[in-house]
Write a protein that binds this ligand. Sequence first.
Ligand code: DER
Length: 222
Amino acid sequence: MESKRIAAEQAVELVKEGMKVGLGTGSTAYWAIQAIGRRVKEEGLNIQAVATSVQSEQLAKELGIPMMSFADVDVLDLTIDGADEVDSGLHLIKGGGGALLREKIVAAASKQLIIIVDESKVVNQLGKFPLPVEIVPFAFELTVKKLRNLGCEPKLRKNGEELFVTDNGNYIADCEFAAIADPAALHDELNGIPGVVDNGLFIHMANLVIVGSADGSIRSIS
Ligand code: DER
């Protein structure tokens, strides 16, 4: 937790007066939202935010972070979010928290995407973490078969005995590839399957990755 928190707090120092900010989802982004809430409360930081999940939106509102409508967003100045894996090319696997679709929409609307992780997320090659793929419920059995044909073992995410349902009413298939040699090609192949809404590969989207370590040190990759 400590290494995630120090990375998050380092990223929040980059939030400036008047910014429009995207708030990520997950246990690392949690610390960023907490830190932004503290700055709003203690410094009177004047920002407007959008969230990448119902969970993050609720937390932000509890902390008094001013939220804005997407109708008023042309572009966001900065989004701070976590990731499940980061490679040396700053390509990401995201979606462990089930929020990949809203996260990618918000990240794509941001001038800067800052990713905050602990050391365990930094890898040489993406793929050890099962790749989350958001799929529509209609004919999901067919979509799962097409995912399997790409050479992975797709597992539908569960919430207890039920299938997990995203904030957008879709399912998540966690696809075990073991190693992803060409993330950009796989990203496009996955999104070409009818029934796939989007996948957890974030290609050429992150501008800066802040890595927190258990010894309290922080490093950046850009
Ligand atoms: O779902 C996501 O993409 C989140 O960013 C999540 O995967 C990050 O994980 P964390 O809880 O370890 O920060």
